[in-house]
Design a protein around this ligand. Sequence first.
Ligand code: ATP
Ligand code: MG
Length: 240
Amino acid sequence: MIEVKSLKKSFGKLEVLKDINIDVAPQEVVCVIGPSGSGKSTLLRCMNRLEEPTAGEIFIEEDNLTDTKTNINQLRQRMGMVFQQFNLFPHKTVMENITMGPQRLKGKSKTEVKELGSQLLEKVGLVDKAKVYPDNLSGGQKQRVAIARALAMEPSIMLFDEPTSALDPEMVGEVLQVMKDLAEDGMTMVIVTHEMGFAKEVADRVIFMDEGFIVEEGSPAELFDNPQHERTKSFLSKVL
Ligand code: ATP
Ligand code: MG
């Protein structure tokens, strides 16, 4: 579904991703963990070419994302992305935030997108907030709207970059629950997260990154209960 081959990314002289190889299978949930500055966000941003890879290739469902001939905007529509910051449009209602994308980019009718919007609000538990403006939502609610907005484009892959890091602790659970539901629905997901409990419970595979390399990967049981590398052990001893 996603194939990352010998990916490298440098910013000037700083080599941030050194040789990354990842295969994500359809419906797989991959959690990426690792210390600050290890390249997790850069990896995710390369995956939808928000960052231009320095070398290597990325395939999304057989299409070469790194090929200059690829229509990147069309490809991006197949990948939803949710960031730490919600980036909702403040002057649009919750419903408008969700329906704008499919209406403008997919040419769907008003009735169609409203129906879709209602279904998505139901999914993220915010049916009663359709007409509310983002400023009047809690952080957890905003992030659930951001997820619904990404889903409105009907992506086949969802990328999350620390979606709960900016939230007050009491709101983390409601966002993780939405992500867990998505995983159960069979969505293919790559999730950068500090929530080790979530990774343990929901991930099919956990990737530990450090200094631009994948140091170790495996099932949550393998990685959390039986890490092989010193760097993994040392990181886990600080976060678990
Ligand atoms: P965190 O857990 O703090 O979010 P991360 O693993 O996501 O960290 P990245 O944001 O990918 O790390 O950053 C990896 C390295 O690349 C860091 O040293 C960072 O300073 C550098 N970096 C990231 N983006 C840029 C940029 N646009 N220009 C220059 N350097 C950058
Ligand atoms: Mg990051």
